[in-house]
Design a protein around this ligand. Structure first.
Ligand code: NDP
Length: 479
């Protein structure tokens, strides 16, 4: 069986402890590879290898760093089919989605930050008697910890700016989806990335992740994952005064006003709810619809939802693949049961699906639409992170803004209206780091990305990421 090894100091090595974790293919429910079950000894080795090359990499010119990173992007692109297949088998998402979204975006992440660093500059401030200039230096060794929903997409979204800024990285992908990150090692070697600049340590969050966070030489942590894990990391990192970027959970409102372009709103709202099995932190899982168009919108929306055919992720016609893990499958189904207990009416889906043939033991759930719940019930307050959306009618702008903002989360909001004044007015009042008007998941990598409230601390993207991965030092020179 394929063994997924750590990548430390430019070499693939097993975990020091010699133990392995089972890695499942969600679509079949079967173990198909083994992943290194690392611990703090492996993290210590990775930090040591990063330390060896840290000064050299920080002094490597930005042009050279850019050239290497562009070659990494090319290397992934050349093997895009292979990467996409690996991502789909590991994560359960449709193959076409892996190719068009995840792998394409991983390539884009490397290209974007390869070139962004060349244009990154410090500021200068002059006064009558002096001039200040601000140096932006690499931090040194940084930790990057990413989740299972968009494996290579989010892994590269962190390590690309970290490396571009001149840092060495100790990274941990989710142990549920380690495959594509592990394939990156060869690509980095071929691209000429010096050994030790990127180190990948596989294993469990409470062992490997915790060891990265607590290691005294790891000076900054960029984390994407659940809010509870984010809180644990913050508690650990705070006494060591580490820089922290936390991209956490969401319970995003999608608001459909009566004056929207209904056809487009219905099609895109289904996409926002069910893309990637609803396992995207940005998915619109609470769908608020103005009462005067509620019935009409619901009918059109349900027609779209029915197009999300559940099936073998390798089949081109599949719109919705498998849920990443049995434990997550059970969690999503338990939330559907909770919704019923809370008085919800399941108008579409609501059950697990058996996909005949090679996938009959896989973890599939129907795209599920629930109505009749209050905005304050648990189903509408807690993150489900699966193919479940609730429909909630509203009567006024004030009412919907209050309901939309009523959760502890604040990642993304979506607004559908043809009224430009209303769009600006409502967008300004959304308690979220991102607002999409008449679109969803429209991403420009230069823009700040992140959440407010319990959806996170800090911003990624563009210059924000480069600022996070550098330390500012002000130099003041008297005339
Ligand atoms: P988790 O928080 O469970 O895990 C995220 C990563 O952290 C994994 O690699 C995990 O390892 C690791 N980890 C777990 N415990 C610790 C610890 N004590 N110290 C350090 N690392 C640890 O999240 P999921 O993987 O379940 O991902 C889903 C969550 O991610 C959802 O809440 C979703 O909203 C959020 N998310 C947020 C995004 C954003 O941009 N705001 C984007 C995408 C997802 P292991 O796998 O072994 O547990």
């Amino acid at each position: 069986m394929k063994q997924i090894l750590n990548f430390i100091g430019g070499e693939y090595v097993p975990a020091q402890g010699g133990t392995w974790l089972d890695n499942y293919e969600p679509a079949t429910g079967k173990v198909y590879s083994l992943v290194a079950d690392s611990d703090e000894r492996d993290v210590a080795l990775a930090v040591e290898s990063a330390k060896q090359v840290s000064v050299q990499w920080a002094q490597t010119s930005v042009e050279e760093r850019c050239a290497i990173m562009l070659r990494i992007a090319d290397g992934i692109e050349k093997k895009a089919e292979e990467f996409a297949l690996a991502e789909t088998i590991d994560q359960g998402k449709p193959l076409w989605l892996s190719k068009n979204m995840d792998i394409a975006r991983a390539v884009h992440n490397f290209r974007f930050f390869a070139t962004e660093i060349v244009h990154f500059s410090g500021a200068s401030h002059s006064q009558n008697t002096s001039i200040n200039y601000t140096l932006r230096s690499p931090i040194g060794i940084v930790g990057c910890i990413s989740p299972w929903n968009l494996p290579l997409y989010l892994f590269s979204w962190k390590i690309a700016p970290a490396i571009a800024a001149g840092n060495c990285v100790v990274a941990k992908p989710s142990e549920l989806t380690p495959m594509t990150a592990s394939m990156l090692g060869d690509i980095c070697n071929e691209a000429g990335l010096p050994a030790g600049v990127l180190n990948i340590v596989h294993g469990l969050g409470n062992k490997v992740g915790a060891a990265i966070v607590s290691h005294p030489l790891v000076k900054a942590i960029s984390f994407t994952g659940g809010t509870a894990t984010g809180a644990t990391i913050a508690r650990e990192a705070a006494p060591q005064f580490k820089k922290l970027s936390l991209e956490l959970g969401g319970k995003n409102p999608n608001i459909v006003f009566a004056d929207c372009a209904l056809e487009e709103a219905a099609v895109q709202s289904a996409r926002a709810a069910f893309t990637n099995q609803g396992e995207i932190c940005l998915c619109g899982s609470r769908l608020f619809v103005e009462r005067s168009i509620y019935d009409r919108f619901k009918e059109r929306f349900l027609d779209e939802v029915k197009k999300f055919t559940v099936g073998d992720p390798l089949e081109p016609k599949t719109r919705q693949g498998a849920i990443v893990a049995k434990v997550h499958y059970d969690k999503v189904l338990s939330y559907i049961e909770l919704a019923k207990e809370e008085g919800g009416n399941v108008v579409c889906g609501g059950k697990g699906v058996i996909v005949e043939g090679r996938c009959e033991q896989g973890w599939f759930i129907e795209p599920t639409v629930i109505e009749g719940l209050s905005a304050s019930c648990r189903t509408n307050q807690e993150e489900i992170f699966g193919p479940v959306v609730t429909l909630i009618p509203f009567d006024s702008e004030e009412e919907v803004i209050a309901m939309a903002n009523s959760t502890k989360y604040g990642l993304a909001s979506v607004i559908w209206t043809e009224n430009v004044r209303k769009a600006h007015r409502v967008a300004a009042q959304m308690e979220s780091g991102i607002v999409w008007v008449n679109c969803w998941l429209n991403r420009d990598l230069r823009t700040p990305f992140g959440g407010v409230k319990q959806s996170g601390v800090g911003r990624e993207g563009g210059n924000e990421a480069l600022r996070f991965f550098t330390e500012a030092k002000n130099v003041c020179i008297a005339y």
